[in-house]
Design a protein around this ligand. Sequence first.
Ligand code: SF4
Ligand code: SF4
Ligand code: SF4
Length: 169
Amino acid sequence: MVSAPSLQRRAFLRGRQTLETPLRPPWAGDEGVFLDACTSCLACVAACPAGVLVERDGRHPVFDPRRGECTFCAACVEACAPHALDFGRAEQPWQLKAEIGNACLAQRGVVCLSCRDVCGEAAIRFRPAPGGARPDLDRERCTGCGACVGVCPTAAIVVAPAQEAGRER
Ligand code: SF4
Ligand code: SF4
Ligand code: SF4
């Protein structure tokens, strides 16, 4: 039987954002604690000025970086009456990191700098390589904001929980 992480990994290598892993809104913290507290009111979805939160299966909210960038404005946290999103839940908003997959045009010698240009953290830099410069992700700088996901013309970038991103490269 193929494990769920393997399926996610395979989807990623095909260059597509998988919906297998729920990417919760910022400051959700531990998944179990979040699910216990969240009433599915979706006030966070309505409050997000960037429109990057969506309901999933009519129940709990998820972050969809294909829709844009999380600015960490915290409007979602402030809208969450049952405190399923709470600044005290986690030190960092989340543990998401971007990862660049094999669908990247630059890896095929096509000039493309879209992800680098949009990254406000300067987390994507290009290193010279035979056949053209290739993007490198600085995981320390990356905040998982997702700005790079939607601008990539080949959907080569996903954001994923830090413990999943960066494995088996
Ligand atoms: S922090 Fe702001 S931009 Fe990010 S998900 Fe919450 S409301 Fe949306
Ligand atoms: S935007 Fe996409 S295709 Fe362009 S360099 Fe970045 S990862 Fe590669
Ligand atoms: S997720 Fe945000 S911080 Fe990370 S590489 Fe993409 S644009 Fe930069």
